[in-house]
Design a protein around this ligand. Sequence first.
Ligand code: ZN
Length: 249
Amino acid sequence: MNREQWAIGFDKLPRWLCPHCQNGLLHPMKDYPHVEETEYSKEEQKLQESEPDWTMERFVALLKCDVAHCGEVVAVGGNRVAEFFEDWNAHRQWWESVLVPMLVRPAPHIIPVSKNLSDACAMQLRKAFELYWLDKAACANRLRIFVERLMDHFQVPTQKLDKKGKPYDLNLSQRITEFDKMKPGHKDALDALRHVGNYGSHEGQGDVDALLDCFELLEDALAELIDEKKAMLAAKAQKLIQNKGKNTW
Ligand SMILES: [Zn+2]
């Protein structure tokens, strides 16, 4: 995951990977970006005490996938804001215009969506990518729901029996503990996702870095759990050893 592609604002929009074909890169189409300043902003700029960050501008842009037979078109929209920069060593201060996307649709994938994921899981992940731009807290909450669907995918029980033999519901934390008995080694990553989901729903805003950490943890966990990356590499290594270095697949 390249974190620079998932910043809050950009001087120019990144060359995201196409969300449709996962092969091409998204390039700006003509009139990029189309920016308009509000009339009340123009009025405020006339005031003597006005600062560049009082400016209120909106932008829209269309990006197109460079794979000819795909040609996916992604719509982006949001605010253009003035950001203050300073370089202490060079004794320099300056303002720059930054594009802050609030909507990117269809949303580029922050981490790969494996074909081996269940539809329910893939849907939550895609929704998290969309919400990332609009509402970080809602995105965090989606990741928590994703973990619940992942537990369903691995058929982790939703109930257990108490000492009297009466069934009771397991919460997500308890299901993750159960899952750890089935497939050990991912409890911390899944718990981290559960916590960031709680934070998102209680505090009303998610912390961007924490959220990106979660995507990173998830990418790693899914590569193991869903795509069995390590097991596949180990099998390839075994095959090479057996064939004395010749690849006979
Ligand atoms: Zn494409």
